[in-house]
Design a protein around this ligand. Structure first.
Ligand code: NAD
Length: 364
């Protein structure tokens, strides 16, 4: 049940409201609807950190020319099985589908493909892209970084050296079953979760952050500096860092995301930040698409689903708490929020209303 700090909005209403804001802010209607659809996708799957909470920040970037409306992909290198593509700093919700669809088309013809995407605006929840490939019967693997977006200390360090570098693997679903989908940031929590916590939302776990003197912290001010109630959150104002998950293993995976998504794509690593001032941040995404049919793996999705059922049948460590497989929490949350609405922190809702007012969009 919603508490006093939460505003619950029906999914369709929120979707239309967000699309109206972007349309009023200068995006063509189809692009505005795409941005809203993908932000909503994050809220519906429970990843509020990558959902509509991003609207004020995206609108600011649009105004400042840090992200551009109406862009398309430039193909820089092309072969039957791979491509390097440049997103020209267009909205990730426009660039992402174009890059993924190119990978899908190549993998369907040749069994596998690699798409190295650089200079995309924020591409949000990476699970969206794996789900898009899974809907076409493909396995996909994604390594992501944020050029000029360093926020995360490496294992054993206190200085920012990585972005939150998500890693994602999606499998095609069997029949009506949910997509098996592993999708996480290599930081202990995604930056957006610190953003949510800074707005009075769910606190981040202890030790998610580290101060310059090596003290573990859960205080969002470690990342954003002193917090004002409605002020914008700017990671340039804080002097601490997020930490990677899984000690040296998560830190190693974050490092490899930088190399594949930042260096091999040509989009650049998350740091160093030239002159100490963040330029335009952009996502790089190194994606591998595999068509199981080309591997002679007939019935791949059904076998994967059967294995998932076997895993789930493990006896629970805590009686009554089910063993879940990757993608399951998101599928549950989607069903729940589609039926009962999307809960938003009151500050998030107020920030959306203020952004809407700025561009003359009435509250729903
Ligand atoms: P998270 O810590 O919530 O982990 C999510 C993953 O863990 C999912 O695959 C989920 O199915 C699985 N999972 C969760 N609980 C489980 C359980 N009990 N049993 C089995 N599996 C379980 O995710 P996160 O690190 O907070 O990342 C959130 C989102 O942020 C992701 O969608 C990610 O793509 C996105 N992100 C994007 C960027 C970007 O630059 N675009 C950067 C960082 C993160």
């Amino acid at each position: 049940m919603a508490d006093l700090l939460t505003h619950v909005v029906p999914a369709a209403t929120l979707d239309r409201f967000i699309a109206d804001i972007f349309a009023a802010g200068g995006c063509a209607r189809d692009e505005a609807e795409r941005i809203a659809f993908h932000l909503m996708g994050a809220n519906l799957t429970g990843h509020d950190s990558h959902g509509v909470i991003r609207t004020p920040r995206y609108m600011l970037w649009l105004k400042e020319g840090k992200v551009l409306a109406g862009q398309s992909l430039t193909v820089v290198v092309d072969s039957p099985t791979h491509a390097v593509v440049d997103g020209n700093f267009g909205f990730g919700q426009t660039i992402g589908p174009l890059a993924v669809d190119l990978g899908i088309a190549k993998a369907k013809s040749n069994g596998m493909s690699i798409i190295a995407l650089r200079h995309s605006g924020h591409i949000g929840r990476i699970g969206d892209w794996a789900e898009r490939a899974a809907a076409q019967g493909l396995v996909s693997i994604h390594f992501v970084n944020v050029s000029q977006g360093e926020l995360v200390a490496p294992y054993g360090g206190v200085d920012r050296r990585f972005s939150t570098n998500p890693f994602c693997i999606g499998l095609p679903a069997s029949g009506n079953e949910a997509t098996l989908l592993l999708d996480f940031a290599t930081s202990l929590v995604a930056e957006g979760k610190v953003l949510v916590a800074s707005n009075g939302g769910k606190p981040v776990p202890p030790g998610s952050l580290i101060t310059p003197d090596g003290t573990l912290s859960a205080d969002p001010a470690t990342l954003y500096g002193p917090l004002t109630p409605s002020g914008p959150r700017d990671a340039a104002m804080g002097d601490g860092a997020l930490r990677t998950f899984g000690d040296h293993k998560g830190s190693g995976l974050a490092f490899m995301c930088e190399i594949l998504a930042g260096v091999l794509t040509g989009g650049g690593t998350s740091g160093p930040i030239e002159g100490g001032k963040r330029g335009r941040i952009s996502n790089g995404m190194f994606s591998i698409y595999l068509d199981p049919g080309h591997f002679g793996a007939t019935g791949f999705a059904a076998e994967a689903a059967a294995y998932a059922r076997y895993v789930k049948a493990a006896r629970p460590a805590v009686p009554g708490v089910d063993v879940l497989v990757p993608g399951e929490p998101e599928a549950h949350t989607r069903a729940q929020r589609l039926a009962h609405g999307v809960p938003l922190q009151r500050d998030t809702w107020q920030a959306l209303l203020a952004t809407a007012r700025d561009v003359g969009v009435p509250a729903p």
